[in-house]
Design a binder for this molecule. Structure first.
Ligand code: SF4
Length: 378
């Protein structure tokens, strides 16, 4: 299965090079573009979606296979197909393009992209993007990747279909996120292309502009070595040491939202240093490679059982239920709910501190704590 090719200024990185940090795309070219396992899994999931959608639309397609095949991937791809079919019904006699290659060079130097699905008709262009990732929740609103796809699609079909309105949807099943139908007029989109995309893409292509560190750095290949990111994170770390003798509540509250980035950055540096040492023999001053902690295991379970039995030990096997997830896979969702629904409990998760913007409802631990104390005291 071929991974999708990426342009230097790829739509998938547009949030970074177009919106926040224009010189990042040039800096990244010094680092190899090695797709991680999550990216490979995403490619496999996209291939399955493509196949299932083509089949649903009675088009020829051969089923792809990969090491990532799973019931979860099947379910996600089925859900995506149902979502697309539902969207198609809103535009009568629409043309549907699947995995459509788009030329973006009119707006962005040497750039191209592939849209998962385009539905065009009745003056509307609907761009749909499937996201298999779990990490970042993706929103369709003002999403520059999708807006670039829309520009490519407008160039391709706009005049043919007299498109006046562009809709965008993200289908991200593993985060239970369907960010659907954000709309923009074709005219507004073209204004954005002229006023924002073209000038910023030129800057990005030449490596011009200011470096700007932020959440988007985690997908930048230059991030472990980037000075701007290091400076941004070290300012956070220094703040912590500069304030004697104790941090105030306000200072801790100010640090909290900055810590996840600091941790990500620190992990990225560690991973980069380890990878260079293991795979390229890089020596880091004051550091050496050692074998990590390992866990003992049976060399041959059959022989272990025989040896233990002949030594007179009987209770050497344990018998336990398969996990809840395996049980659900075994029975299928509907039967699982029918047979075991009443026997499943979901305890409340451990308290987690998250920003106010998080969608989960707040829990009131103080009153829970008080209730508990009252019960205990009689
Ligand atoms: S790591 Fe961040 S600041 Fe540095 S080039 Fe990449 S996006 Fe810009």
């Amino acid at each position: 299965m071929a991974a999708r090719a990426h342009a230097k200024l790829s739509p998938s990185g547009a949030e970074r090079w177009l919106v926040h940090c224009t010189p990042s795309a040039s800096l990244e070219t010094q680092f190899p573009n090695s797709a991680g396992e999550a990216a490979e899994e995403g490619t496999a999931a996209h291939a399955l979606c493509e196949h299932k959608l083509k089949k649903a639309l009675k088009r020829r397609s051969r089923r792809p296979h990969s090491d990532f095949d799973s019931d979860e991937m099947e379910d996600c791809a089925d859900g995506y197909v149902a979502f697309v079919v539902e969207q198609m019904q809103e535009i009568p006699n629409a043309m549907v393009c699947i995995e459509q290659k788009l030329d973006l060079r009119e707006f962005v130097p040497e750039s191209f992209g592939t849209a998962d699905c385009l539905i065009v008709g009745d003056g509307i262009l609907h761009v749909i993007d499937f996201k298999y990732g779990l990490g970042v929740l993706v929103d369709a609103e003002q999403n520059p990747q999708m807006m670039l796809y829309a520009l490519g699609a407008l160039t391709m079909f706009g005049s043919l279909y007299d498109v006046s309105k562009v809709r965008m949807s993200i289908y991200q099943p593993r985060r239970e996120n369907v960010s659907t139908s954000w709309s923009i007029s074709a005219d507004e989109l073209m204004t954005w292309a002229e006023k924002t995309v073209k000038p910023r893409a030129q800057m990005a292509f030449k490596g011009e502009g200011e470096f700007a560190a932020g959440a988007w750095c985690q997908f930048c290949r230059a991030s472990p070595r980037c000075r701007a990111r290091a400076e941004a994170q070290l300012t956070v770390a220094q703040d912590e040491f500069r304030l004697p003798p104790l941090l105030t509540d306000e200072e801790i509250a100010d640090l909290l939202p900055r810590l996840p980035e600091l941790v990500k950055w620190a992990n990225a540096i560690s991973a980069y240093a380890l990878e260079s040492a293991v795979n390229h023999g890089k020596k880091w001053s004051g550091y050496k490679l050692v074998a990590g902690r390992s866990v003992r295991k049976y060399a041959d379970e059959g022989k272990v059982a025989e040896a233990a039995k002949s030594a007179g030990f009987k209770d050497i096997f344990e018998h336990k239920l398969i996990t809840l997830t395996s049980m659900e896979k075994l029975m299928g969702k509907a039967t699982f709910n029918e047979v075991l629904g009443g026997l499943i409990i979901k305890p409340q998760g451990k308290p987690t501190l998250v920003p106010e913007s998080d969608k989960r409802p707040a829990i009131d631990v103080v009153s829970e704590f008080t209730n508990l104390e009252e019960k205990e005291n009689g």
